[in-house]
Design a protein. Structure first.
Length: 84
């Protein structure tokens, strides 16, 4: 992965503010993330699966910012109660 794409992924992931576990396990959110990323990325042909694979690789290397479940993920999904 080139440095420019890695930096873009990291910044976009942080701004999207939904934990990777949620993006991977909730297909609608993962698709939304990938669609928005592709609009601004230099590689618009990436599939959602490829985007998720790159994010997982970044997390495994310790290069992905940490987002806590309770931060804003419940707001994005429309929930108003205590985070799960």
């Amino acid at each position: 992965m080139d440095a420019k794409l890695q930096e873009h992924l990291q910044q976009f992931y942080k701004a999207f503010d939904v934990p990777l576990d949620v993006l991977v396990t909730e297909p609608e959110l993962g698709q939304d993330f990938a669609n928005r990323l592709r609009r601004g990325a230099s590689k618009p042909g990436m599939t959602t699966k490829e985007v998720m694979r790159l994010l997982l690789r970044l997390r495994k290397c310790g290069s992905l910012p940490r987002i806590r479940r309770g931060d804003r993920s419940t707001v994005r999904s429309g929930a108003t109660s205590t985070p799960v």
